[in-house]
Design a binder for this molecule. Structure first.
Ligand SMILES: [Zn+2]
Length: 57
């Protein structure tokens, strides 16, 4: 979808203001997600997801 259901920010608004409404926007707004993916091709740009590697438990 082109709109974040959490804060009602649309992709066009992000383009116009340069700001997202909330952290969820990156996951909910499809074109934004694609843009982020192109900006960070080798790295996932997520702050909340914690990846647990074996050996560090
Ligand atoms: Zn949002």
């Amino acid at each position: 979808m082109n709109k974040c259901p959490y804060c009602d920010t649309t992709y066009n608004e992000v383009l116009q203001t340069g700001f997202v409404g909330c952290a969820r926007c990156y996951q909910e707004i499809e074109p934004l997600k694609e843009a982020i993916k192109k900006m960070y091709p080798n790295k996932k740009h997520k702050g909340k997801v914690v990846k647990v590697d074996s050996g560090n438990l």
